[in-house]
Design a binder for this molecule. Structure first.
Ligand code: NAP
Length: 498
């Protein structure tokens, strides 16, 4: 909010999605501040939502430079009356706590004493908490930057400690790697979690929107008994899987949540957060989806891997079974299902796979099991040759490839994926003419350049969305034991991709 007009609109919008509203007066232009303070008082009375007032200096994450005197003036004289909470930075709280003058101006029962670190997790986080706990503030808030998902551990530990000690606390790991603390925080005792009004209106890195927290993650229903699942990859921000799985849990009445985990170092994530025998946090983790670049490397961290996933050399699903971790590959069991539904049996059909990565291996394993004759087309001779040899397939170079002799051509490369590669294709219509069926494993966008080229060449086509939904449905079954509400999952995926 930068002006009085914006303040009116935004407070109304916030009251529709939030239980509390935070007014960031540091976001207001200095020329509008006086007017905004007056107007906010009137709005607080009319909206009937508790309000948190914040006036944060730039060096602590605020929107503009604020001199020490300006901050004191704000909290002692200018702040509008009627706010339920005042979020005051730790450095100022210490000064105010020792000032006799402040006694009459501040009600400490309304004060949130906050500490922000936008660089990382301070090594003395526990000591910072102890010093903050020594102030007269009612609520303590710590927001640190998570570089890696394991940086969430000290944040969850701090929440645990505050709960043990009967302190009201807000603890958040900022950044994409810290999203789990925003979603799970309240169920671990965090006094609140912050949500932005729109995706570009976030006031801290990694902040989700209030609508996402409520409708997608159903944060107000999460308890310590909630089954936790999620997707592990780098990046994971683009994934539609949270939409698909959270919709499935809601429709099936399963008390579960599915969270994106941005993970750089899978070994340390599995050791410190996932494996029941070594993890440092106590949580009801049920399973994980694994995506690029971790599908092969996580296999070393599992106690048992199903034979198909072992042959393929990749796991896309982990299930926590008692004290152990089991690995599966639901890509392999789902990739052909939508094709067979349309095409019928693939026995003796001539199939081409473009690409030699994880999805190509899963498709190759499946096609060989169906009795198809497969040729792998790729650019990396060594990698492709050993893959083709392992599964008794042929290998050809992708450059100048022709697909007219094939019944089925599968794109298992990321070419055509939304973003920088959206206009790319591993084959153009001239190369595809004569092939019968073209199948793109890329699902975002649903309409790829490869599919357009294939249609121009007269091929029947299929995109990657049905496979995405099918492999997610199999994951749902592995985690819950119940059949997945597959139609709900398909609609959720389509809506998320729109
Ligand atoms: P991956 O393991 O990284 O493999 C990608 C493959 O594409 C590699 O063989 C790579 O070749 C090749 N490639 C990349 N850029 C290329 C280019 N410019 N020209 C030729 N080949 C190129 O990825 P993946 O896990 O197999 O996934 C591949 C695609 O399948 C992704 O788009 C993914 O979204 C999709 N997928 C979809 C589903 C679904 O449910 N629909 C499931 C899994 C995967 P090099 O080895 O030479 O780099």
């Amino acid at each position: 909010m930068s002006s009085v007009r914006a303040l009116n609109q935004l407070m109304l919008l916030a009251s529709e999605v939030g239980d509390l509203i935070e007014l960031r007066f540091d976001c207001v232009e200095s020329t509008e501040l006086g007017q905004c303070l007056k107007e906010s008082r009137r709005l607080m009375d009319s909206l009937d939502h508790p309000v948190i007032i914040t006036f944060r200096p730039a060096e602590q994450g605020g929107k503009r430079a604020l001199a020490h005197e300006t901050r004191l003036q704000f909290w002692l004289f200018d702040k509008p009356n009627g706010a339920a909470f005042c979020d005051i930075e730790f450095d100022l709280v210490t000064g105010l706590a020792s000032s006799t003058f402040a006694k009459g101006c501040l009600d400490w029962q309304t004060v949130i004493c906050s500490h922000h670190d936008f660089v990382g997790v301070p090594v003395d986080l526990e000591q910072i908490y102890e010093r903050m706990a020594g102030t007269p503030a009612r609520i303590l808030k710590v927001a640190v930057h998570a570089d890696d998902v394991t940086d969430c551990i000290p944040v969850f530990k701090l929440l645990e400690r505050a709960r043990r000690e009967g302190r009201e606390m807000i603890a958040i790991a900022m950044g994409a790697a810290g999203i789990a603390t925003r979603i799970l925080g309240p169920s671990r005792g965090s006094f609140l979690t912050y949500g932005a009004l729109e995706t570009d209106g976030a006031t801290a890195p990694g902040q989700l929107t209030a609508k996402e927290l409520r409708e997608l993650y159903r944060v107000d229903r999460i308890t310590e008994q909630t089954l936790i699942t999620g997707i592990v990859g780098l990046p994971v921000g683009h994934s539609v899987s949270p939409h698909v799985h959270n919709a499935a849990f809601a429709a099936a009445g399963v008390n579960g949540v599915y969270i994106p985990f941005e993970v750089r170092d899978a070994k340390s994530f599995f050791g410190r957060i996932v494996h029941p025998q070594t993890r440092e946090i106590d949580w009801n983790l049920r399973g994980l989806s694994i995506t690029a670049p971790h599908k092969a490397t996580v296999m070393d961290d599992l106690d048992w891997v199903e034979p198909a996933a072992q042959e393929i050399g990749a796991v896309n699903t982990v299930v926590v079974v008692g004290d152990a971790l089991h690995g599966y590959n639901t890509d392999a069991t789902s990739v052909l299902k939508p094709v067979i539904e349309r095409f019928g049996s693939l026995r003796d059909s001539r199939c081409a796979i473009i690409g030699a990565g994880g999805a190509a291996s899963a498709a190759l394993w499946s096609l060989r099991r169906e009795g198809a004759c497969v040729t792998v087309f790729a650019r990396n001779f060594q990698k492709t040759n050993s893959l083709a040899e392992k599964f008794g397939a042929r290998y050809e170079n992708l450059e100048a490839a022709r697909f007219d002799a094939f019944d089925l051509v599968i794109n298992a490369t990321p070419l055509g994926t939304c973003g920088q590669r959206e206009n790319e294709t591993p084959a153009i219509s001239d190369q595809l003419r004569g092939a019968r069926f073209a199948y793109d494993l890329v699902y975002n966008p649903t309409e790829t350049r490869f599919l357009r080229e294939a249609r121009d060449a007269g091929c029947e086509t299929l995109g990657g969305l049905p496979m995405l939904v099918q492999q997610a449905a199999e994951q749902f079954k592995l985690w819950t034991g119940a059949d997945a509400p597959i139609e709900v999952m398909r609609v959720a995926a389509e809506r998320a991709l729109q």
